[in-house]
Design a protein around this ligand. Sequence first.
Ligand code: LER
Ligand code: MN
Length: 280
Amino acid sequence: MRLSVTVTPAAPSGAPILLRGDLRKNIALAAELGFDGVELHLARASEVDGPDLLETCRAAGIAVSTIGTGGIFTRDGLQLITDDREVRERCAARLQELIDLGKVLRAAVIIGSARGSIPRPDRAAIYERRFLETLSRLAEYAGEKGVLLLIEAINRYETNYLNRAEDVLAMIAGAGYPNLQVHLDTFHMNIEEVSPADSIRRCGPALGHIHFADSNRRFPGAGHYSFTETIGALNDIGYNRWIALECLPLPDAVTAAREGLYQVRKMAAGAATDCQEEKN
Ligand code: LER
Ligand code: MN
């Protein structure tokens, strides 16, 4: 398991993104703190120069794990499921550009908050069909570029569909694209899942990415979420992809990133020792 930290050139103040502002500076800082990668949050691909960013990461010895796209909605109000066709198409076009960037950066692309919410829940089936059509188009496009698309299960207070791991699992099984995978987030799982660990085990190899934040969306260890169980479940399924720290920059960004990384490494080492003792 490799660890990345969320970075962005710009985000709303309440967003759970740690390192904000100058990307070059923050990529160097992420490497210095000991992260293996950065999760880059953008609202549009033109906010960065892809090849230049890749070079900056290579020079720092870290990777871009993932591209977060929630800013398309939270910063610019575009989303994939509104009744407004123009807004839907503009959102899909932004995602396509970020898929192109994903190819350059060799990074998977997240579809989370940019999904928006179903405007008429009494007609959910119609909207879900529409979403599946758009998603299939994006998955095909991403597949041609060799880019993985990650569909994030997000809690009911932020969106009214695909709230739980099982919803996303069923949706991607129905879509049938090998480059679509489930993306979980401990903050959302703490609200939605009966047992986060069992949900992780049910996802198995379909789990492509995970965000770590504590129950209060602060860094792991600053709340009451059971990361030990989550890490145990990730070990059970042989998870070898990224864990991204997506949490609030409290008490400040550097303290949260440093402390979060330390706590996750400590808990992962503890889980490995427990596992070894069980085998002996
Ligand atoms: C995005 O990864 C996410 O988890 C949403 O809750 C946006 O904040
Ligand atoms: Mn998340």
